[in-house]
Ligand binder design. Structure first.
Ligand code: PGA
Ligand code: ZN
Length: 438
């Protein structure tokens, strides 16, 4: 049983306040830290921030903290839930208590912090590692574990950096590696070569990094970024074994009035394009580069562009802002045949049970599931365990650099070692990252 629930305001990787929750049971104290996005979708659960302009420019989280301390915490303790078997009941109870469809009453930041800490308490109550506990919550306990192919975001643009590049994320995926540890090594080696290349091309001052730890050199056009990646992969000696993923996060450069995309707006070079025109740009990129995954190429309400692009789409087409880890949005996208993969962000929906349900629904539809960190992260490594538990086969947690990013990759290597030590059946997803869950 839970004996105590406490919360506090702590900092995330951007130096902005976030929520920390600590749940105490007879087995110890279990902590969680909640992440936060910058290119947030319109359909995400509500992140509650204080309206108090005198603190943190209005970004404080004391209201969410108080909601944990004074309302949700006491109610949960009074219910005497069993953390080892009642994750679902606890999450559902919090949603009901909140009463709103998007968790605006308490804030998804308050609710998720508790949900994560409850899962950790439950794992310890069952003497299981977190990934094993979560895999049984997801009814996957009988399946072999899958270590995910990491997608390292090594070039940052969009709202994650100050460079002129509109596309938000350029990722490298070591699909030819044979283990988690080898994939991380390749990622780090390519990242180092990329640094050398950027230094020689743009000078030492150009190797500053963006919110997700990737470089943010003064480039603007997608092909400049892609050429840099190809050169770095080659310089590291991993040509052929590494593919590319792109998240343009296009809702950020979409004009909802004119229904146009403008990838020039970040460098004073406005060049509005229709959905059809930007789709042609994507097709050109897919024809010229080894790109295997495209996330949010179109804006969250531009359904028709999604549906047209998804016809006979050869690559993984991931809905992030489009779906917001929300089953209703997933079902809408399925009806419109708008995409073939779900981006899974736990704070977009606000509980672990609902995150698991979103992944299961995507699996039922035959889609892939791509787990994701947020641009505002913490050292909490929860999503590493969740990725292995769900067998999603791939995740993105930024570049192989910066503590809050590598925390997840390091945890995944720990899990790989742990699974080997226990002699449990497992595989590394590699090139099969889309369908490794089957
Ligand atoms: P965010 O970016 O965390 O700033 O929303 C991540 C993404 O768009 O995938
Ligand atoms: Zn995205």
């Amino acid at each position: 049983y839970i004996t105590h629930i406490d919360a506090a305001e702590r900092l995330d990787s951007r130096g902005k306040p976030t929520v920390q929750v600590i749940i105490t049971t007879d087995r110890g104290a279990f902590r969680s830290l909640v992440p936060s996005g910058a290119s947030k979708g319109d359909y995400e659960a509500i992140e509650l921030r204080d309206a108090d302009a005198a603190r943190y420019q209005g970004n404080g989280m004391l209201r969410a903290v108080k909601n944990v301390q004074d309302v949700i915490g006491p109610e949960l303790i009074a219910k005497k839930f069993d953390v080892s078997t009642q994750q679902r009941e606890i999450d559902a109870f919090m949603c009901e208590l909140d009463g709103s469809p998007d968790k605006e009453q308490f804030g998804a930041n308050a609710i998720l912090g508790i949900s994560m800490a409850v899962a950790r308490a439950g794992a310890t109550a069952r003497d299981l590692p977190l990934y094993a506990h979560l895999s049984s919550l997801a009814y996957r306990a009988s399946k072999p574990y899958v270590l995910p192919t990491p997608f390292f975001n090594v070039l940052n643009g969009g709202v994650h950096s100050g460079n002129p590049m509109a596309f938000q994320e350029m990722m490298i995926a070591p699909v030819g590696a044979s283990s988690m540890a080898e994939a991380v090594r390749w990622g780090s080696e390519i990242y180092s070569e990329l640094k050398t290349l950027i230094t020689s091309k743009f000078g030492k001052s150009a190797v500053g990094i963006g919110d997700e730890g990737g470089f943010a050199p003064p480039i603007s056009e997608p092909h400049e970024a892609l050429d840099l990646l190809i050169a770095a992969i080659k310089a590291a000696g991993h040509e052929g074994g590494v593919k590319i993923g792109i998240d343009p996060a296009s809702s950020e450069f979409y004009n909802t009035d004119t229904r146009e995309y403008d990838i020039g707006m970040k460098w004073d070079h406005s060049s509005p394009q229709s959905g059809e025109q930007i789709a042609a740009l994507y097709h050109k990129i897919l024809a010229e580069y080894p790109v295997v995954l495209l996330e949010d190429p179109f804006a969250q309400d531009d359904w028709s562009s999604w549906t047209i692009f998804n016809k006979n789409c050869a690559v993984e087409l991931v809905g992030d802002d489009l779906l917001a880890t929300n089953i209703n949005r997933i079902n809408m996208a399925n009806e419109r045949e708008a995409c073939n993969a779900l981006l899974l962000k736990i704070n977009q929906i606000g509980t672990i049970s609902e995150s698991i349900d979103a992944a299961q629904r995507a699996y039922e539809l035959g889609w892939a599931v791509f787990v994701s960190h947020r641009s505002g992260e913490t050292t909490d490594d929860f999503i590493a365990d969740l990725t292995v538990a769900l067998g999603t086969g791939h995740l993105k947690s930024g570049s192989p650099c910066r503590g809050e990013r590598v925390a997840k990759y390091n945890r995944l290597m720990d899990i790989e070692d742990d699974i080997k030590r226990r002699n449990l059946e497992h595989s590394f997803a590699g090139a099969n990252f889309r369908y490794a869950y089957r």
